[in-house]
Each structure stands twice: as structure tokens, then as C-alpha cells.
Design a protein around this ligand. Structure first.
Ligand code: CP3
Length: 344
């Protein structure tokens, strides 16, 4: 069968005049319809675990804008919760979790085989979406990379420099590595279950990869991503994987080859010419418009969007932001970005 979905064609290496487009956090607080559905659910976690409403917010940006891909509405921190960590969100501040800094806290975690008990509503969301999405829209499943998930599990919250996770990595390497292994194994099962429910692509978000340097980057960003990607490909041949080692800098070079991912997502600190020469040579890339343009809009948004599309036009490319869209973004700027990409 000839593949007709634009996103899957890019992931297979096809160069297209108009690249497929979607946006990180496309279902989110910048949209009034998202805020209304979240209010109906009660709070963010209740929304994640309500399959009908989670499917509804996933579909909202597809209806409004006709993106080429929908990303499952969930969160990377549901995996720690499924492993037994306490998780809650403080409005205006972000996530809070029970911490893991001692062997006894690690030993109290649940086995990987238990995660589906908590995560089964997420698979139901995927099933609803694979029925309801338009035929041309690709459904993306996702999980956090082990390092990024571990930074939250160790610190119990987001941290500017991932200090507590680095301290455990250096202070009790065995415990740190045991935690990473547990998350890696859980992530393989979680992504597999999403694929069995209908996800057509999976993305691994390593938001804090940039704080791992040198050998630590190889061991704790590249290696877990390789293990997960290889396991997914062994179980589900033909399912493409997108890797996002955010702010990896030089670490982007060779990342696709070392891990086996089909596409590398770029943050917006990466310059275009450099990315063409050092990353797109290995295959499909995704990115990388600064999400601040979704707030400021105007001619600068149009110019920068065109610059990115042109720079990446000789290789496979998925247009996206360099990080998630923020709550203060103007929904009309999203339309302007899409029109600019598609009028090429
Ligand atoms: O992209 C999408 O639209 C799919 C859904 C999605 C969410 N989070 C929904 C969400 C995805 C893919 C994520 C990934 C995620 N979650 C990451 C990796 C990507 C990144 O942004 O770096 C991380 C680090 C998290 C953890 C997380 N979740 C934090 C730190 C926060 C609070 C910060 C914030 O933006 O409010 C969340 C909350 C969250 N996850 C929201 C959404 C829509 C906002 C919650 C709300 O509605 O109040």
C-alpha cells in the first residue's frame, strides 16, 4: 500500500514540498475549548484519566487547525504514578511527586507488570482516537525518557538544573541506575500498549537531556533511548520512533544512528544550517520554531517559519516548535504559522 499520511511519509524519509505539521502541547491551555473541558474534568490528572474527555481535548486542535498529527493527551509523569509514586499538580507551579533518594523508597515501587492497572484508561483514550481521527491524521503516542522521568522522581518536582538527580547519580550510582532500569522497562510496556491500542508513531521526550554531558549523556540519554527503541522495533516492526534529546547540542550528532530512532526532534537553540549538515544527514528531523513566536506573531513569525521550511526542504522534515506552546500563546498565531507552512 502506498502511504498517504504526510507524517508517516516524512518518517519514512520522503522529502515533501509542504512538510507535515503538528505542535508540542497542541492540546493545551492556550485554547479556550481545552480550558472548558479541563474545568469539566475537574483538574489536569482527572482529565488525563478520563478517556472520553482526554480524547476530546486531543481532537480539539485537529478540528480547529487540521494538524497532520494528533498527540495522545496524557503526561510523562503518569508512569511514575503507575509505579506507585504519589503525584499531584500545584496550580501555577507544576508537578509534585513523592521522592526517591533512598533504597527503601525504590524498593517500595511497584513491579513493571502492575503499571497497566493505573494506565489502562490511557489505552482506552488511544482506542477512541484511532476510531475518531480523520483518515489523514497520524496518532502519536509518547512517554518521557528515563532520565527526564527520573529527574522528577528523585527531586519530587521540576528543578532548574536537575541537581538532585545529578547528586544521586554521583552519590549512589547503583540506586540511580536501578531506578533508570525500572523506568526503562515500564516505558517499553507502556509504549507497546499504546501501539497495541492504535498509536502509529511513538515519541520519547528527554526534556532534560541537555544537562547530561559527555559519557553521562551516552549512558543515561542515548543508551536508554536505544534500549526502548530497539524493544519497540522488535515487538512492533514498522512503528516509527521520534527521539527528543532536548538541548543536547553536540549530542544531536549521531543520535539517530546510535539509538535507531527514525526522527530526531530539535529544540530551538539548534541553528538551521548546522542541523542540516549534522543531523538531517541521518534522516528525518522535526522542529524547530521558537514557541515565543506563538505569543508575538506578526511578520517575524512568518519570516522565521519560512526560513525553517526552506532550510530543511532538501531532506525529510516535520514542522514543529522547539518546545511546547505556552498558555499565553494567541490561537490566531498558530493559524498564521500553519498557513505560512502550507502556502509554500
Ligand atoms: O503535547 C501534547 O499536547 C500532549 C500532552 C502532553 C502533556 N505533557 C500535557 C500537559 C505531553 C506530551 C506532555 C509531556 C511532558 N510533561 C513533558 C515533556 C515535554 C516538555 O514539555 O518538556 C514534561 C517535562 C511533562 C511534565 C509536566 N506536565 C510539567 C512540568 C507540567 C507543568 C508545567 C506546565 O506546562 O504547566 C505538566 C502539566 C501539563 N502536561 C499540562 C499539559 C497540557 C498543563 C496542565 C494544565 O492543564 O494545567
Amino acid at each position: 500500500m502506498v502511504e498517504t499520511k504526510k507524517l508517516l511519509r516524512a518518517l519514512a524519509g520522503e522529502v515533501q514540498d509542504v512538510p507535515p505539521i503538528w505542535m508540542m502541547r497542541q492540546a493545551g491551555r492556550y485554547l479556550p475549548e481545552y480550558r472548558a473541558t479541563r474545568a469539566q474534568a475537574g483538574d489536569f490528572l482527572s482529565l488525563c484519566y478520563n478517556p472520553e474527555l482526554a480524547a476530546e481535548v486531543t481532537l480539539q486542535p485537529i478540528r480547529r487547525y487540521g494538524f497532520d498529527a494528533a498527540i495522545l493527551f496524557a503526561d510523562i509523569l503518569l508512569v511514575p504514578q503507575a509505579l506507585g509514586a504519589d503525584l499531584w499538580f500545584v496550580t501555577g507551579e507544576g508537578p509534585r511527586l513523592s521522592t526517591i533518594t533512598q533504597p527503601s523508597e525504590f524498593e517500595a515501587l511497584k513491579p513493571v507488570s502492575d503499571i497497566h492497572e493505573t494506565l489502562s484508561p490511557i489505552y482506552e483514550t488511544v482506542r477512541i482516537l484511532s476510531r475518531e481521527l480523520p483518515a489523514e491524521t497520524t496518532l502519536i503516542g509518547f512517554a518521557g525518557a528515563p532520565w527526564t522521568v527520573a529527574t522528577y522522581m528523585i527531586a519530587g518536582r521540576g528543578t532548574p538544573d536537575q541537581g538532585p538527580a545529578h547528586a544521586l547519580r554521583e552519590g549512589d550510582t547503583a540506586l540511580f541506575e536501578a531506578l533508570l532500569d525500572r523506568i526503562t522497562a515500564a516505558t517499553i510496556e507502556y509504549l507497546s500498549a499504546q501501539i497495541e491500542a492504535g498509536a502509529e508513531v511513538v515519541k520519547i521526550f528527554d526534556s532534560w537531556a541537555g544537562s547530561l554531558k559527555g559519557e553521562a549523556f551516552q549512558k543515561y540519554a542515548v543508551e536508554p533511548c536505544r534500549v526502548i527503541t530497539q524493544a519497540i522495533k522488535a515487538r512492533h516492526p514498522g512503528i516509527p520512533v521520534i527521539g527528543f534529546p532536548r538541548e543536547a547540542g553536540e549530542g544531536y550528532v549521531g543520535f539517530a544512528g546510535a539509538t535507531g530512532v527514525d526522527c530526531v526532534a530539535l529544540d530551538n537553540s539548534v541553528s538551521l544550517d548546522w542541523a542540516v549538515e549534522h543531523v538531517q544527514v541521518d534522516g528525518c528531523i522535526q522542529g524547530n520554531l521558537a514557541s515565543s513566536h506563538m505569543v508575538t506573531g506578526g511578520q517575524a513569525l512568518v519570516d522565521e517559519t519560512r526560513r525553517i521550511v526552506d532550510a530543511f526542504s532538501n531532506g525529510p522534515h516535520i514542522f514543529n516548535l522547539g518546545h511546547g506552546i505556552t498558555p499565553d500563546a494567541d490561537p490566531e498565531n498558530v493559524q498564521l504559522m500553519i498557513d505560512t507552512v502550507r502556502s509554500r
